[in-house]
Write a protein that binds this ligand. Sequence first.
Ligand code: FES
Length: 127
Amino acid sequence: MTTWNLTGTKKHVLICNGSSCMRKEGEDITLAIRDEIKELELDQHIHTSRTRCNGRCKDACVVIVYPEGNWYSATSTDIGRSIIRNHLDPSVDLAESLIYSFENDEMKRADTPERIKGVSKVEKSKV
Ligand code: FES
């Protein structure tokens, strides 16, 4: 068990380790993200956490970056590494992996055919 001093951390990367994401290379993607952080000497700036299911299993493996609030579908270790490289170089293109971003204080789904809408929480609560 560790208690990190997170003062000065610039990004928090949440890596889904729920069962669907683990079936889609979640462990390898987690290790690749952490390795890229180490290689780029970003340990002081980027903190990672493994999570349980984030409710977007069709997009496995889900990786979420705050404070931006960008949700990504990391379908390979290379995409996981690119998410970290994007911290240093915003020109690293992640558009095809984006699931959600925050706009005007709410989440907005990426406008790509790969991103299914999903089940509405409002409709489900009426059942
Ligand atoms: S297991 Fe990762 S989003 Fe569901």
